[in-house]
Unconditional design. Structure first.
Length: 581
């Protein structure tokens, strides 16, 4: 158990000194809490010798009141130190975790990790913060108090001290087994909390689909099963822990009886005076109270250990290196974008196999091909959502891994089908493209993105607060606001995952006009869903199984009897069909 407490002290970092100071106050409080025992021995000795006087009574009463008052002061100081330190420690940890998450590859967040992150923040950290940190000093106080009592008994008579130490040794052996089982059950409990969090997040995010396909009953059943599993896991944890507590209680009860028996034997043999024997018997049944309290609270430490495992595992996720010192030139003879023999894998599955191509400045490159061909992966690698396994991705001749990530992202704007707006004003959502922009510049960007008209029609205009994710706006409106954000940023490279693939005809026209404003004079990398939107591309790459199957302009590819032509014919025969990338 001491090792578990050391672990949280290590995690406390610069706040550790406050917690250690709380331990000092707890130790002093423990000393004072046992002072009444010494006073009891003193009073009994005076009575036994016939020397008890009124003044001695007042002295003892005053000493008792002073001890109680000092205990209250020390307890208050310890509580303030450790509780405040707990909130600060986890405030620091949350900030550190936020900084760490910022440096993780963006692709990490597409692997079903949202439930894990939410569980660590909302369950693991909160549990330690609210249940463990406030009792750390109390647990140390219990250990100090038990040590003081054992020392008292050794002073009274070695046999009493040895008896108490034997009981404590037996309790420690039982507690070792309790800790081992509790650690295993704690890990299962926190893992189930993660599953439950993931299930809740998935249920909420997919509730629209569930309603559409009448799956609410089935999805609710899955969620209910997760709630039931969490309840069962918690009950099993308590059920498995209860027998160990009963064993400890039995050891402490038998131990107290043994100490009482040894006291009576020593007194009968004349090895201990009557006042001392009576004094020991007065507190013998509370002799193991502090260690009982310690082992009762120790279960929290085992859960804390599992929580710390999960917190540390999240911090151990490898960050995307961002130590590059090279800078991308404002102009260069090298291509604006170049992929040189790029290989990339998701886990053990390689999805790009030595891919090479280049895009000149101001040109448009389109990526087409069947689902799973690697189109979205190409865009992700250019934006450094991931890093390549082999080869290089270059912007103006510079390997993107050797360029500061902030500088790289300053050169790239991204427009994807799935748009996310923050729960903030429309003005602030657009202004994210260039935080220092003036209001006139924001309005001008909105006009170019063809969203000024519908924004000014809203009750508060640009100061209208949109719902989380932009829930209060239509898909086309959100898309145009995201394009306004990119227009304001005015980055020279635009990654375009065709924004009109899932909107109605009216919005499509407005979005196409907005995109024309955004793309004017820019270098474009377009992921194509509708082939008629890339007719004017300077080059089209048809990707299949991570390799370039065909390449050329629209007319040249149509002249070939290949994949691109079959896609074109399919779309002509089914105008509403969209090939998903």
């Amino acid at each position: 158990m001491i090792a578990l407490m050391k672990r949280i002290l290590t995690a406390a970092g610069t706040r550790r000194r406050r917690i250690e100071l709380a331990f000092v106050f707890s130790f002093l409080k423990s000393l004072l809490s046992k002072a009444p025992i010494l006073l009891a021995f003193f009073v009994l000795s005076l009575f036994y010798a016939g020397h008890m006087t009124l003044s001695a009574c007042f002295v003892c009463a005053g000493a008792m009141l002073l001890c109680v008052a000092l205990q209250a002061v020390l307890q208050h100081a310890a509580d303030r130190l450790q509780s405040a330190a707990g909130f600060w420690v986890f405030s620091d940890l949350r900030l550190a975790l936020g900084a760490h998450l910022r440096r993780l590859p963006r692709g990490y967040f597409t692997e079903g990790t949202i439930g894990k992150i939410s569980s660590v923040l909302a369950s693991d950290m909160v549990f330690i913060e609210e249940n463990c940190m406030p009792v750390l000093a109390d647990l140390m106080s219990d250990l100090f108090a038990e040590g003081i009592l054992a020392a008292f008994l050794l002073c009274f008579h070695p046999w009493l001290g040895l008896t108490a130490l034997a009981v404590l040794g037996a309790a420690a052996l039982v507690a070792r087994g309790m800790k081992k089982e509790a650690l295993r059950d704690s890990a299962a409990r926190q893992e189930q909390n993660e599953h439950l969090t993931s299930a809740v997040v998935e249920f909420i995010e997919g509730i629209g689909v569930s309603k559409t396909y009448h799956l609410l009953g089935e999805r609710s059943k899955e969620l209910t099963e997760n709630f039931a599993a969490s309840c069962e896991t918690s009950l099993r944890f308590e059920k498995n822990h209860a027998p160990w507590q009963r064993r400890l209680q039995a050891i402490f009860g038998v131990g107290a009886a043994c100490v009482a028996a040894v006291t009576l034997l020593l007194s009968d043999a004349g090895a201990m005076s009557a006042p001392y024997a009576v004094g020991v018997l007065l507190f013998v049944f509370d002799l193991f109270g502090p260690i009982k309290a310690f082992y009762t609270q120790a279960t929290r430490l085992t859960v804390m250990n599992s929580c710390m495992d999960r917190i540390e595992a999240l911090f151990a996720e490898p960050e995307l290196p961002d130590a590059g010192q090279e800078h991308i030139p404002s102009s260069s003879q090298a291509p604006e974008i170049a992929f040189e023999a790029v290989r990339f894998s998701y886990g053990e599955k390689e999805v790009l196999h030595g891919l090479s191509f280049a895009v000149e400045r101001g040109h448009m490159l389109a990526l087409a091909g069947p689902s799973g061909g690697g189109k979205s992966t190409v865009a992700s690698l250019l934006a450094r959502f991931w890093d390549v396994d082999g080869g290089r991705v270059c912007v103006r001749g510079k390997d993107v891994r050797r360029v500061p990530l902030q500088e790289l992202m300053g050169l790239i704007s991204m427009v994807f089908q799935r748009v996310y707006l923050f729960q903030d004003t429309i003005y602030n959502n657009i202004c994210m493209g260039r935080p220092g922009a003036s209001r006139d510049e924001v309005v001008e960007a909105a006009k170019k993105a063809r969203c000024h008209e519908f924004i000014t029609a809203l009750p508060q205009g640009y100061d209208t607060v949109v719902g989380e994710g932009g829930a209060t706006l239509s898909g086309g409106e959100k898309q145009r606001i995201s394009i306004a954000r990119c227009i304001l940023k005015d980055a020279p490279i635009v990654l375009l995952d065709e924004a009109t693939a899932s909107v109605d005809a009216d919005n499509e026209r407005a979005i196409q006009e907005a995109l024309s404003e955004l793309c004017r004079g820019k270098t474009l990398l377009v992921i194509a869903h509708r082939l008629n939107t890339i007719r004017q591309a300077d080059e089209i790459l048809v990707l299949q199984e991570g390799q370039i199957a065909e390449r050329g302009r629209h007319e040249a590819l149509l002249a070939q009897n290949g994949i691109y032509r079959r896609f074109a014919e399919a779309q002509e025969n089914a105008p509403e069909w969209n090939q998903k990338a």
